[in-house]
Design a protein around this ligand. Structure first.
Ligand code: FAD
Length: 401
């Protein structure tokens, strides 16, 4: 069997390992647009902080591909898929044929197509190379602007502050991490960011950048102008589907897959941030672009590609992050539509500070927010994944956590 995998992120790597484990004689070819060996993407912000160098990010040893007899083609961006011929191509090179194909191309950072967006010193933060570029001349930075108050924006701001660079964060919504928390938790996080020296401006965005070759200032939606010599754009990501023939392989926001991680075309699979599969609590196609789900999807895709029929149970969004002295853990549905039969239990102790919010329906746990004392988070995640109604004693425990 001839397997081709596009992407050497965690989804692609897990799939390749799984196929090799189940089929010692299979041919496996893996294309990777980046030339770095497989690395831990969530930790690239530690390079920005100055805590580690890029070689500490590796998630597999240097002999990994040889040991598993995987033909790895690094620095190779696949430009097209020929569904009928069962082949992938890089520009006008010879096609490479497959029996089974995995699309594991992850996501690209959203760009801002506003005047001045192509000036120097305006960076996305998705890859090791992005961070390496940011670090060039970092000692000359005087004032950084971070656009976006999500996980990436926060990690970027924190990294820059650790280098003693003053940072202003602009957030279009009214509070940070608005995809992960509610307004109460968001308010607590906002207070903590400000108390620790980050300038945060909410309900505002950049409309244009100005500078000669390098960015010098940003023009903001409230009419003000902000001097800045570094800009990090943390405006979320979009699945990397640009090269996929959408008239043949069904794509919504991401590549649509069934529970075997197979696309609408038999033999072609997708996994990780590029794939859109059922969300466990929403029960509709969704992308939860997080590391553990990408890893699991890669394993399930690999098993199915190798001939074992295995179902993926659906994805669950979840995150743990430390924001100065606040531990924040969230999972599942945390801001449901009102009046739709949800049961919501919440409790706040501002002085500690501690906050809890649990979202249930028909006594099934669908989501939660924990601020501080997050030790029970793992158990709560399994309660969501289990999807049985909670027993009376479990309900009682939730109300006292
Ligand atoms: C700064 C940052 C912080 C994060 N923090 C967290 C966190 O705290 N917790 C968490 O769970 N998740 C976090 N994430 C998200 C997590 O990193 C992703 O969910 C995960 O890496 C997705 O893995 P993947 O294999 O699907 O895709 P990726 O890791 O994006 O890998 C896809 C690979 O495919 C390559 N590729 C793309 N197109 C092509 C092509 N046409 N041809 C060849 N190769 C191609 C790409 O170059 C890339 O190397 C963070 C992400 C970032 C950027």
């Amino acid at each position: 069997m001839n397997h081709v995998i596009i992407g050497n992120g965690i989804a692609g790597i897990q799939a390749a390992e799984t196929i090799r484990y189940l089929d010692p004689t299979a041919f496996i070819t893996l294309f990777a647009a980046e030339s770095h060996p497989p690395y831990c993407r969530p930790m690239i912000s530690l390079m920005l902080e100055g805590r580690i160098s890029s070689d500490r990010l590796a998630i597999r040893n240097p002999h990994f591909y040889d040991d598993l007899q995987i033909r790895s083609i690094a620095g190779a961006y696949v430009t097209s898929i020929d569904v009928d011929a069962h082949a992938v191509t890089i520009d006008d090179h010879e096609p490479i044929f497959f029996d089974r194909l995995l699309i594991a191309t992850g996501a690209d950072p959203r760009t801002m197509k506003i005047p001045g967006h192509a000036l120097n010193n305006i960076f996305p933060m998705r890859t090791v190379s992005h961070v390496e570029n940011m670090l060039t001349d970092i000692s000359t930075a005087r004032h950084a602007l971070v656009l976006g108050g999500g996980l990436v924006g926060f990690k970027a701001a924190y990294g820059l502050m650790r280098r003693n660079i003053p940072v202003t964060m602009l957030i279009r919504s009214e509070y940070p991490l608005s995809m992960q928390v509610d307004d109460i938790a968001g308010g607590m996080i906002l207070d903590r960011l400000k108390a620790n020296g980050l300038t945060v401006r909410t309900g505002i965005d950049a409309l244009a950048f100005e500078g000669d070759s390098r960015v010098r200032e940003a023009h903001l939606s409230d009419g003000s102008v902000l001097a800045c010599d570094r800009v990090i754009v943390g405006k979320g990501v979009q699945p990397a589907v640009g090269f996929i023939p959408k008239d043949r392989i069904p794509v919504d926001l991401g590549v649509l897959v069934n529970t075997n991680m197979e696309t609408g075309i038999p033999g072609i699979y997708a996994a990780g941030d590029v794939a859109e599969c059922i969300d466990r609590v929403r029960q509709c196609p969704w992308i939860n672009a997080i590391w553990p789900e990408a890893a699991m999807q890669g394993r399930v895709a690999g098993m199915n590609m190798a001939g074992r029929t295995v179902s993926y149970p659906g994805s669950l969004g979840r995150n743990v992050i430390r924001i100065f002295d606040l531990d924040v853990m969230t999972a599942g549905l945390i801001n449901p539509e009102p009046d739709d039969g949800y049961q919501i239990y919440s409790r706040i102790e501002p002085r500690l500070p501690v906050y809890r919010k649990f979202v249930l329906k028909d006594n099934r746990l669908l989501g939660f927010i924990l601020i501080n004392r997050i030790e029970t988070g793992g158990r709560l995640v399994s309660l969501i994944q289990r999807q049985f109604p909670l027993s009376a004693s479990e309900m009682g425990i939730l109300k006292t956590l």
